[in-house]
Structure formats: structure tokens, C-alpha cells
Design a protein around this ligand. Structure first.
Ligand code: 5GP
Length: 190
């Protein structure tokens, strides 16, 4: 998506060989016009979606945007901590390695919010190694839901996430695909 690629070139900051900072328009401050167009684009790639699934925190805004463009289907976000309200007794549970924090998070979704045979679209802000997406896919599989696909705002192709997600039979769509970082510059895939 040209609009997003242009914005990444203008305002994205390559932190090191692995991480792109897009805090000024995606992850901390959010440009709503850009969000709306990116989410409209991602939503157009999928149909027959009953529910959008994401993970807190950065995925939530874009999941809401995609759901808005899919006839306002509900959004469910996996939580990264348990509580008296949400725990192993009433939640689907999985483990996810955090790419940016390098720690493992246990993630939880209340069993009543993903139903058997429901068509779920998974959304996240970034695709790197695919761990967050695979954790959410695992939760959907535990619920016996159908996974329609995985939609991400920015994919870093060189970190292999798409291959791992495709291997479990899930289609991936990205609004911008980064091939590599060279000398702190972003090189996009064709
Ligand atoms: P994965 O689980 O695919 O390895 O990594 C995706 C998750 O890590 C996303 O939820 C995202 O929040 C975070 N992430 C991965 N790469 C980047 C990056 O380059 N920049 C930022 N801001 N977050 C990232």
C-alpha cells in the first residue's frame, strides 16, 4: 500500500537490524486517517468474517479499524495477564514469545468470546517471526473456530513469520512488506 510505505519512509526509524519504530503514527500516537485507509485495505482482502481477534496492546486499534470495515463485527483481544475474572478455569490459554521484549507471555481469551465454527480473522500491527499470530491461531484452534486469515499492518519478510503461518494453513495479508533494512534504510518487497 503506497500510502503506508511512503509514511514508513518519511517517519519510520530503523532502530537496528531487527526493529522498526513507527511510534509517531502506528504504535504510540496513531494517525487515524492512515489507520482508516490501511484497515479498509486489509478488510477488503477477506470476507465471511464473524469476529476479529488480536492481542493487547498495539494490535487493538488496527483490529477495531479492520472490524469497522467488515460490517462492525466484534473484536476480541487476548490479554497478557490473568486476573480473578480471567484465568485458566474459564479461558483459552497459550504461550507467546514477545519479539520486542524477548520474554514469554501467557495469553488468555475468555472461552465465551470465541465459539466453535466462528470465522475468525486475526489482526496485528507487525508480523516478525509470527509468534503472536501463532499464539492467537492456537487459541482459535482450541476454541474449534475457523481461521479466515491473518492481517498485519507491517510485515518484516526476512524474519520468517509468513512462512510459519502459511505452514499451519493460514493465509497472510500485509499492507506493507519490508524485504530488509540496509544501512538503516527500509527496503520494501516488490
Ligand atoms: P512476532 O510475534 O511476529 O515475532 O512479532 C510481532 C509482535 O512483535 C507484534 O505484536 C509487534 O507488537 C511486535 N513487533 C515485532 N517487530 C516489531 C517492530 O519492528 N517494531 C515494533 N514497534 N513492534 C514490533
Amino acid at each position: 500500500m503506497k500510502l503506508l510505505k511512503d509514511r514508513i519512509i518519511k517517519d519510520g526509524i530503523v532502530i537496528n537490524n531487527e526493529i522498526l519504530k513507527v511510534d509517531s503514527f502506528v504504535n504510540h500516537q496513531i494517525d487515524m486517517e492512515l489507520l482508516n485507509k490501511v484497515c479498509e485495505y486489509l478488510a477488503s482482502k477477506f470476507d465471511k468474517v464473524d469476529k476479529v481477534i488480536t492481542i493487547e496492546t498495539s494490535g487493538i486499534a488496527f483490529a477495531i479499524g479492520v472490524a469497522f470495515h467488515l460490517n462492525n463485527v466484534p473484536v476480541v483481544f487476548a490479554k497478557k495477564s490473568k486476573s480473578l475474572i480471567l484465568n485458566e478455569s474459564n479461558a483459552f490459554v497459550s504461550e507467546v514469545k514477545s519479539f520486542t521484549r524477548k520474554i514469554n507471555n501467557t495469553i488468555y481469551i475468555d472461552k465465551s468470546y470465541i465459539k466453535e465454527n466462528e470465522n475468525c480473522l486475526i489482526v496485528d500491527d507487525f508480523l516478525a517471526e509470527g509468534n503472536a499470530a501463532l499464539g492467537l491461531i492456537d487459541l482459535c484452534k482450541k476454541a474449534k473456530a475457523n481461521i479466515v486469515g491473518f492481517a498485519t499492518v507491517i510485515e518484516k519478510e526476512f524474519q520468517g513469520g509468513r512462512k510459519r503461518i502459511n505452514e499451519v494453513g493460514v493465509k497472510v495479508e500485509a499492507a506493507a512488506i519490508i524485504k530488509e533494512f540496509i544501512n538503516n534504510k527500509v527496503i520494501f518487497a516488490e
